[in-house]
Design a binder for this molecule. Structure first.
Ligand SMILES: Nc1ncnc2c1ncn2[C@@H]1O[C@H](COP(=O)(O)OP(=O)(O)O)[C@@H](O)[C@H]1O
Ligand SMILES: [Mg+2]
Length: 225
């Protein structure tokens, strides 16, 4: 795996060499003013998630805004959220947990002060775990298989001492290939086992809350401890 890193006063860019093309370089150059077709998947105060068509490829750009001075200072001292997403994408792939292939991340900066950052990954067609599981009215084989895939990946994550810290059902995208984890920037890897156990319990609690109104899923996911 070959990673290209470019640093300028205003911008840091990191991308995978295998994705290098005039279209990617153009996207990176004009990331603040996109000229390609854009479909908004989510628009929030702190993040914007866009599906973009680049040549014949469909990618996702997640833009992380810095909303106030404090977050600017904090982000200047710690890794940007785009860089965190990038790192955890590779870690998950090593753990054999499905996640969209990472393509690039970009950090806008003014000298040492970081501004917006962007994470670019492959678009995964599919539905969120909530939409997927809510279509079942009885314990069908297909549902059990997918639930076990999801549980297996969560266990792999925990075995590596990592917690998600955002186990919303909307962060799991399901298609016939399996379950893809998105929204990775909040993840954390622990060295301290007490802190890990506490964070893991919080993850499990949040995960189970997804199925509050869905007794079938409650039953299936009950075993997660
Ligand atoms: N790579 C991707 N492929 C397909 N859909 C995605 C991808 N990344 C995000 N999404 C969709 O966009 C939604 C918002 O993205 P997410 O990273 O979870 O943002 P937020 O931090 O605002 O929750 C997700 O719930 C998912 O439905
Ligand atoms: Mg999310």
């Amino acid at each position: 795996m070959n990673v290209v890193t470019r640093r300028h006063w205003h911008k840091k860019t990191v991308y995978l060499k295998e994705y290098e093309s005039p279209a990617l370089l153009d996207l990176i150059e004009n990331i603040d003013q996109l000229s390609c077709p854009v479909h908004y998947l989510k628009e929030g105060d702190t993040t914007t998630v866009m599906r973009v068509e680049v040549n014949d490829k469909t990618w996702v750009i997640k833009k992380y805004n810095l909303i106030n001075m404090w977050s600017r200072i904090k982000r200047a001292l710690t890794l940007s959220r785009a860089a965190r997403s990038w790192r955890f994408s590779f870690l998950l792939r090593c753990l054999e947990i499905k996640t969209p292939s990472p393509i690039a991340f970009i950090e806008n900066a003014w000298g040492p002060f970081r501004k917006e950052s962007y994470f670019i990954s492959e678009y995964i067609p599919g539905v969120t775990a909530l939409d997927y599981f809510s279509k079942f009215t009885s314990k069908e084989e297909e549902m059990i298989v997918m639930a076990n895939k999801l549980l297996r990946q969560i266990k792999l994550l925990f075995q590596a001492g990592v917690t998600y810290r955002d186990m919303k059902a909307s962060n799991f995208i399901i298609n016939p290939e399996g379950v893809f984890f998105v929204d990775l920037e909040g993840m954390r890897r622990y060295k301290n086992s007490f802190l890990f156990k506490r964070a893991k319990m919080r993850d499990i609690k949040r995960f189970k809350k997804n199925w509050k109104e869905m007794p079938l899923c409650q039953e299936i996911f009950f075993s997660l401890t």
